[in-house]
Write a protein that binds this ligand. Structure first.
Ligand code: RP5
Length: 315
């Protein structure tokens, strides 16, 4: 019997989906795997008033498969998360709270972009190894906390001509870069995917909130902005999906992202007329020239490099 499943499996849409996943797995191997996480092994857990010390994990003991018998990580979940804001899970073991791991759990996506993760004694284990802290730290979800990162790019222009780097001779790309309010680092204006939210929606929402301060717009202004960005955001290309080496990660909670590039090739589109205005978690916003010397939050520099390579731009 020929079912709709057979029809779907043989369809061009299905093939495209497989190609896309293969592409992002290839990208994953260059950015995420093969590198051990570093940012989540600093001396102190970030964003804490009382200094929470991480147990130090040497490079060769990060991998769970390497025995580390004296490993006694600090247990830490921030008071803010324990106060149970709407985006946070309850504590594991609380009555009536049952989790579905490695799958869509109601509206919350608990599967990883990098394949199944292990559950040990009821707790999810960080796919990239030890971090020196157990619990959720400042993260709301156990296991993967899904984010989305919009990389909005244009060419650097002077007098309507592309600017080339003197050394490499390649044209210079610029991307919309925000300064994070929590730590002052420059970053892609990304954020967390809300339960049930489509990633495409998160990408545009986060961009509008952090780079255009849409939270302080009137409903009319917001609608107009959404309309203006609609075309740009309908044509994005996935450049990365996977683990982020974020300083907030713990042994039981970590950040994964899907990063999309939204690019405009000439000056006729919206990007050369956009009024940037930082808002929400961003304290500043600017067009930043892309190059290999940039210093960015977490693994954002590696992700931006993918974009530079894709456009054959200066790096
Ligand atoms: C990074 O943190 C992700 O790549 C994303 O940019 C960001 C999400 O966290 P918030 O900005 O919502 O704190 O790891």
């Amino acid at each position: 019997m020929f079912t709709w499943v057979d029809e779907w499996v043989n369809s061009e849409d299905c093939m495209n989906l497989i190609r896309q996943r293969m592409d992002s797995l290839k990208k994953l191997s260059t950015i995420s795997s093969g590198k051990i996480h570093v940012n989540c092994r600093g001396k102190y857990y970030p964003r804490t008033d009382s200094k929470i010390e991480r147990v130090q994990v040497p490079d060769d003991k990060v991998d769970w498969s390497v025995p580390f018998p004296c490993y006694t990580p600090t247990s830490y979940t921030s008071p803010h998360i324990l106060a149970a804001p709407p985006y946070a899970d309850p504590e594991i073991g609380s009555s009536g709270f049952k989790l579905v791991w490695n799958a869509l759990d109601g509206k919350v996506n608990r599967s990883s972009h990098e394949g199944p993760y292990t559950i040990l004694d009821g707790f999810p284990r960080n796919l990239h190894g030890r971090t020196g802290v157990t619990g959720r730290g400042a993260l709301g979800r156990w296991g993967p906390n899904h984010a989305a990162d919009p990389i909005v790019t244009r060419w650097k222009m002077i007098n309507k001509k592309r600017v080339h780097d003197e050394k490499t001779g390649r044209p210079i790309l610029q991307f919309v870069c925000i300064q994070r309010r929590d730590c002052g680092a420059w970053a892609i204006p990304g954020g967390m995917v809300d339960p049930g939210e489509r990633v495409s929606v998160t990408l545009q929402r986060e961009f509008q909130e952090e780079a255009l301060n849409s939270l302080e717009m009137t409903p009319q202004q917001k609608k107009k902005t959404e309309q203006q960005l609609k075309f740009l955001f309908s044509g994005g290309e996935e450049v990365y999906s996977g683990y982020v080496d974020d300083p907030r990660s713990t042994d039981n909670a970590w950040i994964e992202t899907v990063a999309y590039n939204f690019h405009e090739n000439d000056q006729t589109g919206i990007l050369y007329h956009l009024h940037l205005n930082s808002g929400d978690d961003a304290q500043a916003v600017t067009w930043k020239d892309i190059n290999g010397e940039m210093n960015l939050y977490a693994t954002h520099k590696d992700i931006i490099k993918e974009v530079a390579v894709k456009h054959q731009a200066h790096w």
